[in-house]
Ligand binder design. Structure first.
Ligand code: FAS
Ligand code: PHB
Length: 391
Protein backbone atom coordinates (compact mmCIF):
# COMPACT_ATOMS: atom_id res chain seq x y z
CA UNK A 1 0.00 0.00 0.00
CA UNK A 2 1.14 3.60 -0.56
CA UNK A 3 -0.12 6.84 0.94
CA UNK A 4 1.09 10.40 1.31
CA UNK A 5 1.03 10.59 5.14
CA UNK A 6 1.09 7.52 7.41
CA UNK A 7 -0.34 8.40 10.83
CA UNK A 8 0.55 6.25 13.85
CA UNK A 9 -2.17 6.44 16.51
CA UNK A 10 -5.95 6.87 16.29
CA UNK A 11 -6.44 9.14 19.30
CA UNK A 12 -7.38 12.84 19.05
CA UNK A 13 -4.07 13.88 17.41
CA UNK A 14 -4.04 11.21 14.73
CA UNK A 15 -7.72 11.45 13.87
CA UNK A 16 -7.77 15.27 13.76
CA UNK A 17 -4.68 15.37 11.53
CA UNK A 18 -6.14 12.70 9.26
CA UNK A 19 -9.45 14.55 9.04
CA UNK A 20 -7.85 17.88 8.11
CA UNK A 21 -5.50 16.28 5.54
CA UNK A 22 -8.27 14.24 3.89
CA UNK A 23 -10.48 17.34 3.62
CA UNK A 24 -7.54 19.03 1.86
CA UNK A 25 -7.26 16.11 -0.57
CA UNK A 26 -4.11 14.66 1.01
CA UNK A 27 -4.12 10.89 1.42
CA UNK A 28 -3.54 9.26 4.82
CA UNK A 29 -3.66 5.90 6.56
CA UNK A 30 -4.19 5.82 10.33
CA UNK A 31 -2.75 2.82 12.22
CA UNK A 32 -4.32 2.35 15.66
CA UNK A 33 -3.19 -0.44 18.00
CA UNK A 34 -6.51 -0.77 19.84
CA UNK A 35 -10.13 -1.25 18.80
CA UNK A 36 -12.34 1.80 18.31
CA UNK A 37 -14.37 0.73 21.36
CA UNK A 38 -11.22 0.60 23.53
CA UNK A 39 -10.07 4.04 22.39
CA UNK A 40 -13.54 5.44 23.15
CA UNK A 41 -13.57 3.82 26.59
CA UNK A 42 -10.83 6.14 27.85
CA UNK A 43 -12.02 9.02 30.11
CA UNK A 44 -9.61 11.93 29.79
CA UNK A 45 -9.81 15.65 29.05
CA UNK A 46 -12.87 17.82 29.50
CA UNK A 47 -11.93 21.41 28.55
CA UNK A 48 -11.37 22.64 24.98
CA UNK A 49 -9.46 25.85 24.29
CA UNK A 50 -11.20 28.08 21.75
CA UNK A 51 -8.48 27.35 19.17
CA UNK A 52 -9.30 23.65 19.49
CA UNK A 53 -13.03 24.41 19.10
CA UNK A 54 -12.37 26.32 15.88
CA UNK A 55 -10.04 23.62 14.52
CA UNK A 56 -12.68 20.93 15.12
CA UNK A 57 -15.23 23.08 13.28
CA UNK A 58 -12.76 23.55 10.37
CA UNK A 59 -12.27 19.78 10.31
CA UNK A 60 -16.04 19.29 9.98
CA UNK A 61 -16.23 17.53 13.36
CA UNK A 62 -17.71 20.30 15.49
CA UNK A 63 -21.49 20.06 14.99
CA UNK A 64 -22.33 17.87 18.03
CA UNK A 65 -19.83 19.83 20.14
CA UNK A 66 -21.70 23.04 19.24
CA UNK A 67 -25.02 21.38 20.10
CA UNK A 68 -24.03 19.56 23.29
CA UNK A 69 -20.91 21.36 24.56
CA UNK A 70 -21.16 23.89 27.40
CA UNK A 71 -19.46 27.28 26.94
CA UNK A 72 -17.86 28.61 30.13
CA UNK A 73 -16.87 32.25 30.68
CA UNK A 74 -14.43 31.42 33.48
CA UNK A 75 -13.68 29.17 36.45
CA UNK A 76 -13.51 29.35 40.26
CA UNK A 77 -10.47 28.92 42.47
CA UNK A 78 -10.94 28.18 46.15
CA UNK A 79 -8.52 28.41 49.07
CA UNK A 80 -8.90 28.20 52.83
CA UNK A 81 -9.84 31.91 52.66
CA UNK A 82 -12.75 31.45 50.26
CA UNK A 83 -13.66 31.05 46.60
CA UNK A 84 -13.18 33.59 43.81
CA UNK A 85 -14.08 33.68 40.12
CA UNK A 86 -11.72 34.35 37.22
CA UNK A 87 -13.78 35.67 34.30
CA UNK A 88 -11.86 34.76 31.13
CA UNK A 89 -14.41 36.49 28.88
CA UNK A 90 -14.16 39.76 30.85
CA UNK A 91 -10.36 39.62 31.17
CA UNK A 92 -9.31 38.47 27.68
CA UNK A 93 -12.54 38.28 25.65
CA UNK A 94 -12.39 34.50 25.20
CA UNK A 95 -14.17 31.44 26.61
CA UNK A 96 -13.64 27.67 26.82
CA UNK A 97 -15.87 24.76 25.77
CA UNK A 98 -16.69 21.92 28.15
CA UNK A 99 -16.89 18.81 25.95
CA UNK A 100 -15.20 15.50 26.83
CA UNK A 101 -12.26 14.11 24.89
CA UNK A 102 -14.22 10.89 24.49
CA UNK A 103 -16.90 12.80 22.55
CA UNK A 104 -14.29 14.66 20.49
CA UNK A 105 -12.73 11.32 19.53
CA UNK A 106 -16.14 9.80 18.74
CA UNK A 107 -17.00 12.77 16.49
CA UNK A 108 -13.64 12.47 14.72
CA UNK A 109 -14.15 8.73 14.12
CA UNK A 110 -17.60 9.47 12.65
CA UNK A 111 -16.22 12.29 10.47
CA UNK A 112 -13.41 10.04 9.22
CA UNK A 113 -15.96 7.36 8.32
CA UNK A 114 -18.08 9.90 6.46
CA UNK A 115 -15.01 10.91 4.41
CA UNK A 116 -14.12 7.27 3.72
CA UNK A 117 -10.71 7.80 5.35
CA UNK A 118 -8.57 4.71 6.09
CA UNK A 119 -8.33 3.96 9.81
CA UNK A 120 -6.89 0.52 10.57
CA UNK A 121 -7.59 -0.79 14.08
CA UNK A 122 -5.78 -3.56 15.94
CA UNK A 123 -2.61 -2.79 13.97
CA UNK A 124 0.15 -4.52 15.91
CA UNK A 125 3.97 -4.42 15.84
CA UNK A 126 3.99 -1.06 14.09
CA UNK A 127 7.54 -0.17 13.06
CA UNK A 128 8.89 2.89 11.26
CA UNK A 129 11.62 2.44 8.63
CA UNK A 130 14.03 4.71 6.69
CA UNK A 131 12.58 7.69 8.53
CA UNK A 132 15.73 9.73 7.88
CA UNK A 133 15.78 8.80 4.20
CA UNK A 134 13.68 9.86 1.17
CA UNK A 135 11.47 6.78 1.08
CA UNK A 136 10.12 6.07 4.55
CA UNK A 137 7.76 3.20 5.17
CA UNK A 138 5.79 1.61 8.00
CA UNK A 139 5.23 -2.08 8.68
CA UNK A 140 2.62 -3.66 10.93
CA UNK A 141 0.87 -6.95 11.50
CA UNK A 142 -2.84 -7.68 11.73
CA UNK A 143 -4.45 -11.09 12.13
CA UNK A 144 -1.00 -12.61 11.78
CA UNK A 145 -0.41 -11.01 8.37
CA UNK A 146 2.43 -8.47 7.85
CA UNK A 147 1.74 -5.29 5.90
CA UNK A 148 3.88 -2.45 4.51
CA UNK A 149 2.83 1.16 3.84
CA UNK A 150 5.15 3.31 1.71
CA UNK A 151 4.65 7.02 2.30
CA UNK A 152 6.11 10.49 1.97
CA UNK A 153 5.81 11.42 5.65
CA UNK A 154 4.99 9.77 9.00
CA UNK A 155 3.07 11.51 11.80
CA UNK A 156 3.80 9.98 15.21
CA UNK A 157 0.49 10.52 17.04
CA UNK A 158 0.84 7.43 19.22
CA UNK A 159 0.98 8.98 22.67
CA UNK A 160 3.53 8.78 25.48
CA UNK A 161 4.00 5.01 25.24
CA UNK A 162 4.05 4.87 21.46
CA UNK A 163 6.69 3.65 19.04
CA UNK A 164 7.36 6.95 17.25
CA UNK A 165 9.38 8.95 19.77
CA UNK A 166 11.80 6.03 20.44
CA UNK A 167 12.37 5.79 16.66
CA UNK A 168 14.31 9.05 16.96
CA UNK A 169 17.86 8.05 18.04
CA UNK A 170 18.75 8.91 21.64
CA UNK A 171 21.75 10.82 20.26
CA UNK A 172 19.29 13.19 18.56
CA UNK A 173 16.66 13.41 21.33
CA UNK A 174 16.76 15.59 24.46
CA UNK A 175 14.11 14.82 27.06
CA UNK A 176 13.03 17.10 29.92
CA UNK A 177 10.90 15.73 32.75
CA UNK A 178 9.44 16.55 36.14
CA UNK A 179 7.42 13.84 37.90
CA UNK A 180 5.06 15.18 40.59
CA UNK A 181 4.90 13.34 43.94
CA UNK A 182 1.14 12.73 43.77
CA UNK A 183 -1.60 11.57 41.41
CA UNK A 184 -5.22 12.46 40.62
CA UNK A 185 -7.98 10.09 41.65
CA UNK A 186 -10.84 10.87 39.25
CA UNK A 187 -14.44 9.71 39.14
CA UNK A 188 -17.28 10.09 36.67
CA UNK A 189 -20.80 10.20 38.18
CA UNK A 190 -24.29 10.67 36.73
CA UNK A 191 -25.04 13.62 39.00
CA UNK A 192 -25.66 17.34 38.34
CA UNK A 193 -22.63 19.64 38.63
CA UNK A 194 -22.07 21.33 42.02
CA UNK A 195 -21.40 24.72 40.39
CA UNK A 196 -22.02 26.49 37.08
CA UNK A 197 -18.31 26.42 36.18
CA UNK A 198 -15.19 24.45 37.22
CA UNK A 199 -13.79 24.79 40.74
CA UNK A 200 -10.03 24.29 41.34
CA UNK A 201 -9.46 23.94 45.09
CA UNK A 202 -6.20 24.46 47.02
CA UNK A 203 -6.74 22.91 50.46
CA UNK A 204 -4.43 21.83 53.30
CA UNK A 205 -5.74 18.26 52.77
CA UNK A 206 -4.80 18.45 49.09
CA UNK A 207 -6.01 19.61 45.68
CA UNK A 208 -9.53 18.96 44.37
CA UNK A 209 -11.25 19.77 41.07
CA UNK A 210 -14.99 19.88 40.40
CA UNK A 211 -15.60 19.52 36.67
CA UNK A 212 -18.42 18.30 34.45
CA UNK A 213 -19.36 16.79 31.08
CA UNK A 214 -23.06 17.77 30.82
CA UNK A 215 -25.97 18.79 33.12
CA UNK A 216 -26.17 15.20 34.41
CA UNK A 217 -22.59 13.96 34.23
CA UNK A 218 -19.85 15.21 36.53
CA UNK A 219 -16.11 14.64 36.66
CA UNK A 220 -14.35 15.12 40.02
CA UNK A 221 -10.71 14.72 41.03
CA UNK A 222 -8.79 14.72 44.32
CA UNK A 223 -5.02 14.68 44.76
CA UNK A 224 -3.84 11.39 46.26
CA UNK A 225 -0.41 9.99 47.25
CA UNK A 226 1.32 7.98 44.52
CA UNK A 227 1.07 4.92 46.78
CA UNK A 228 -2.76 4.95 46.70
CA UNK A 229 -4.64 2.37 44.63
CA UNK A 230 -8.14 2.85 43.19
CA UNK A 231 -9.38 -0.05 45.33
CA UNK A 232 -8.31 1.92 48.45
CA UNK A 233 -11.09 4.41 47.71
CA UNK A 234 -14.77 3.55 48.15
CA UNK A 235 -17.23 5.99 46.59
CA UNK A 236 -18.27 7.16 50.06
CA UNK A 237 -14.64 7.83 51.03
CA UNK A 238 -14.13 9.78 47.79
CA UNK A 239 -17.22 11.95 48.26
CA UNK A 240 -16.33 12.67 51.91
CA UNK A 241 -12.76 13.73 50.99
CA UNK A 242 -13.92 15.80 48.01
CA UNK A 243 -16.44 17.67 50.18
CA UNK A 244 -13.79 18.29 52.83
CA UNK A 245 -11.62 20.07 50.23
CA UNK A 246 -14.32 22.20 48.56
CA UNK A 247 -15.92 25.36 50.01
CA UNK A 248 -18.57 24.54 52.65
CA UNK A 249 -21.41 26.12 50.69
CA UNK A 250 -20.51 24.02 47.62
CA UNK A 251 -20.09 20.77 49.58
CA UNK A 252 -23.46 21.22 51.31
CA UNK A 253 -25.31 21.46 48.01
CA UNK A 254 -23.42 18.66 46.25
CA UNK A 255 -25.42 15.74 44.82
CA UNK A 256 -23.41 12.51 45.13
CA UNK A 257 -24.00 9.11 43.52
CA UNK A 258 -22.28 5.90 42.41
CA UNK A 259 -19.12 6.30 40.32
CA UNK A 260 -19.39 4.95 36.75
CA UNK A 261 -15.65 5.31 36.26
CA UNK A 262 -12.83 5.63 38.79
CA UNK A 263 -9.09 5.85 38.03
CA UNK A 264 -5.81 7.30 39.24
CA UNK A 265 -3.60 9.24 36.81
CA UNK A 266 0.02 10.12 37.57
CA UNK A 267 1.17 13.71 36.96
CA UNK A 268 4.26 14.61 35.02
CA UNK A 269 5.70 17.37 32.85
CA UNK A 270 7.61 15.95 29.91
CA UNK A 271 8.97 17.41 26.68
CA UNK A 272 11.03 15.59 24.03
CA UNK A 273 12.99 17.67 21.50
CA UNK A 274 13.09 17.85 18.51
CA UNK A 275 9.54 17.06 17.33
CA UNK A 276 10.82 16.22 13.85
CA UNK A 277 13.46 13.80 12.59
CA UNK A 278 13.75 13.37 8.82
CA UNK A 279 10.30 12.41 7.50
CA UNK A 280 8.86 11.76 11.01
CA UNK A 281 6.86 14.42 12.87
CA UNK A 282 5.75 13.90 16.50
CA UNK A 283 2.32 15.26 17.53
CA UNK A 284 0.58 15.41 20.92
CA UNK A 285 1.44 13.11 23.80
CA UNK A 286 4.13 11.30 21.77
CA UNK A 287 6.23 14.46 22.20
CA UNK A 288 4.99 16.02 25.45
CA UNK A 289 2.95 15.43 28.59
CA UNK A 290 1.55 18.10 30.92
CA UNK A 291 -0.11 17.64 34.32
CA UNK A 292 -3.89 17.97 33.71
CA UNK A 293 -4.17 20.93 36.12
CA UNK A 294 -4.06 23.47 33.29
CA UNK A 295 -6.34 21.43 30.95
CA UNK A 296 -3.62 21.65 28.28
CA UNK A 297 -2.88 18.05 27.18
CA UNK A 298 -5.55 17.58 24.55
CA UNK A 299 -5.29 21.24 23.50
CA UNK A 300 -1.55 21.04 22.86
CA UNK A 301 -2.23 18.02 20.65
CA UNK A 302 -4.60 20.26 18.67
CA UNK A 303 -2.04 23.05 18.18
CA UNK A 304 0.62 20.54 17.09
CA UNK A 305 -1.87 19.20 14.54
CA UNK A 306 -2.61 22.74 13.33
CA UNK A 307 1.09 23.45 12.66
CA UNK A 308 1.74 20.08 11.01
CA UNK A 309 -1.41 20.26 8.88
CA UNK A 310 -0.57 23.77 7.64
CA UNK A 311 3.00 22.66 6.84
CA UNK A 312 1.88 19.56 4.93
CA UNK A 313 -0.85 21.48 3.09
CA UNK A 314 1.67 24.14 1.93
CA UNK A 315 4.05 21.38 0.81
CA UNK A 316 1.52 19.37 -1.19
CA UNK A 317 -0.42 22.32 -2.60
CA UNK A 318 2.42 24.79 -3.29
CA UNK A 319 5.67 22.85 -2.94
CA UNK A 320 6.52 25.09 0.02
CA UNK A 321 8.34 23.07 2.72
CA UNK A 322 9.00 26.04 5.05
CA UNK A 323 6.19 25.10 7.44
CA UNK A 324 7.56 21.57 7.74
CA UNK A 325 11.08 22.87 8.26
CA UNK A 326 9.89 25.17 11.10
CA UNK A 327 7.39 22.70 12.62
CA UNK A 328 9.48 21.56 15.57
CA UNK A 329 10.62 25.07 16.50
CA UNK A 330 7.11 26.59 16.24
CA UNK A 331 5.30 23.71 17.99
CA UNK A 332 7.84 23.55 20.83
CA UNK A 333 7.55 27.31 21.47
CA UNK A 334 3.85 26.85 22.29
CA UNK A 335 4.45 23.51 24.08
CA UNK A 336 6.91 25.11 26.51
CA UNK A 337 4.55 28.03 27.29
CA UNK A 338 1.75 25.56 28.07
CA UNK A 339 4.18 23.40 30.06
CA UNK A 340 5.09 26.44 32.16
CA UNK A 341 1.44 27.33 32.76
CA UNK A 342 0.54 23.73 33.70
CA UNK A 343 3.53 23.64 36.08
CA UNK A 344 2.41 26.96 37.63
CA UNK A 345 -1.19 25.77 38.12
CA UNK A 346 0.09 22.47 39.59
CA UNK A 347 2.61 23.99 42.00
CA UNK A 348 0.12 26.69 43.09
CA UNK A 349 -2.78 24.34 43.76
CA UNK A 350 -1.32 21.11 45.20
CA UNK A 351 0.14 20.16 48.57
CA UNK A 352 3.67 18.78 48.14
CA UNK A 353 4.78 16.14 50.69
CA UNK A 354 7.90 18.13 51.58
CA UNK A 355 6.13 21.49 51.59
CA UNK A 356 7.44 23.82 54.30
CA UNK A 357 5.43 26.49 56.12
CA UNK A 358 7.28 29.02 53.94
CA UNK A 359 6.15 27.19 50.78
CA UNK A 360 2.62 27.20 52.17
CA UNK A 361 2.66 30.97 52.65
CA UNK A 362 4.06 31.49 49.15
CA UNK A 363 1.22 29.38 47.70
CA UNK A 364 -1.43 31.21 49.67
CA UNK A 365 -0.05 34.65 48.78
CA UNK A 366 0.13 33.65 45.09
CA UNK A 367 -3.58 32.84 45.16
CA UNK A 368 -4.47 35.88 47.27
CA UNK A 369 -2.66 38.07 44.73
CA UNK A 370 -4.57 36.35 41.91
CA UNK A 371 -7.86 36.86 43.75
CA UNK A 372 -7.26 40.61 44.00
CA UNK A 373 -5.47 41.50 40.76
CA UNK A 374 -7.22 42.02 37.42
CA UNK A 375 -3.83 41.89 35.69
CA UNK A 376 -2.89 38.57 37.31
CA UNK A 377 -6.30 37.16 36.39
CA UNK A 378 -5.86 38.32 32.79
CA UNK A 379 -2.51 36.52 32.64
CA UNK A 380 -4.07 33.33 33.97
CA UNK A 381 -7.08 33.68 31.65
CA UNK A 382 -4.86 34.24 28.59
CA UNK A 383 -3.09 30.95 29.22
CA UNK A 384 -6.13 28.95 30.31
CA UNK A 385 -8.25 29.82 27.22
CA UNK A 386 -5.18 29.02 25.09
CA UNK A 387 -2.43 31.22 23.65
CA UNK A 388 -2.95 32.02 19.95
CA UNK A 389 -1.75 29.28 17.57
CA UNK A 390 -0.16 31.93 15.36
CA UNK A 391 1.33 35.02 17.06
P1 FAS B 1 -3.40 9.55 22.91
O1 FAS B 1 -2.56 8.82 23.93
O2 FAS B 1 -4.75 10.02 23.29
O3 FAS B 1 -3.59 8.62 21.61
C1 FAS B 1 -2.51 7.85 21.13
C2 FAS B 1 -3.12 6.66 20.39
O4 FAS B 1 -2.05 5.91 19.82
C3 FAS B 1 -3.87 5.73 21.34
O5 FAS B 1 -5.17 5.48 20.83
C4 FAS B 1 -3.02 4.47 21.37
O6 FAS B 1 -3.80 3.29 21.47
C5 FAS B 1 -2.29 4.53 20.04
N1 FAS B 1 -1.00 3.85 20.04
C6 FAS B 1 -0.06 3.85 21.01
N2 FAS B 1 1.00 3.12 20.64
C7 FAS B 1 0.72 2.65 19.37
C8 FAS B 1 1.42 1.84 18.45
N3 FAS B 1 2.63 1.36 18.73
N4 FAS B 1 0.82 1.54 17.27
C9 FAS B 1 -0.40 2.06 16.96
N5 FAS B 1 -1.12 2.83 17.79
C10 FAS B 1 -0.55 3.12 19.00
N6 FAS B 1 -5.58 16.18 29.10
C11 FAS B 1 -6.34 17.25 29.46
O7 FAS B 1 -6.30 18.28 28.77
N7 FAS B 1 -7.16 17.18 30.57
C12 FAS B 1 -7.25 16.03 31.32
O8 FAS B 1 -7.98 15.97 32.30
C13 FAS B 1 -6.50 14.90 30.98
N8 FAS B 1 -6.58 13.73 31.70
C14 FAS B 1 -5.82 12.65 31.31
C15 FAS B 1 -5.89 11.42 32.03
C16 FAS B 1 -5.10 10.32 31.63
C17 FAS B 1 -5.17 9.02 32.40
C18 FAS B 1 -4.22 10.45 30.53
C19 FAS B 1 -3.33 9.28 30.11
C20 FAS B 1 -4.15 11.65 29.82
C21 FAS B 1 -4.95 12.76 30.20
N9 FAS B 1 -4.92 13.97 29.51
C22 FAS B 1 -5.67 15.03 29.85
C23 FAS B 1 -4.07 14.12 28.39
C24 FAS B 1 -4.75 13.49 27.20
O9 FAS B 1 -6.02 14.05 27.03
C25 FAS B 1 -3.82 13.68 26.02
O10 FAS B 1 -3.28 14.99 25.97
C26 FAS B 1 -4.49 13.35 24.71
O11 FAS B 1 -5.02 12.06 24.80
C27 FAS B 1 -3.43 13.47 23.62
O12 FAS B 1 -3.92 12.88 22.49
P2 FAS B 1 -2.94 12.03 21.54
O13 FAS B 1 -1.70 12.80 21.30
O14 FAS B 1 -3.79 11.61 20.39
O15 FAS B 1 -2.49 10.76 22.41
C1 PHB C 1 -11.87 17.29 33.26
O1 PHB C 1 -13.05 17.70 33.19
O2 PHB C 1 -11.55 16.10 33.07
C2 PHB C 1 -10.78 18.29 33.55
C3 PHB C 1 -11.07 19.65 33.52
C4 PHB C 1 -10.06 20.56 33.79
C5 PHB C 1 -8.78 20.10 34.08
C6 PHB C 1 -8.49 18.73 34.09
C7 PHB C 1 -9.50 17.82 33.82
O3 PHB C 1 -7.80 21.00 34.35
Amino acid sequence: MRTQVAIIGGGPSGLLLSQLLNKAGIGTVVLERRTREYVLSRIRAGVLEWGTVELLRTAGAGDRMDREGIVHDGCYLSTAKGMFHVDFKKRVGKQVMIYGQTEVTRDLYDAQEALGATVIHEAEDVALHDVDGDAPYVTYTRDGQEYRIDCDYIAGCDGFHGVSRPTIPESIRTEYERVYPFGWLGILAETPPCADELIYANHPRGFALASMRNPNLTRYYIQVPLTDKVEDWSDDAFWAELKARLPKEVAEGMVTGPSIEKSIAPLRSFVSEPMRWGRLFLCGDSAHIVPPTGAKGLNLAASDVHYLFEGLKAFYQAGDASGLDRYSEVALARVWKATRFSWWMTTSMHRFPDQSEFDQHIQESELEYLAGSAVAQAAMAENYVGLPFDE
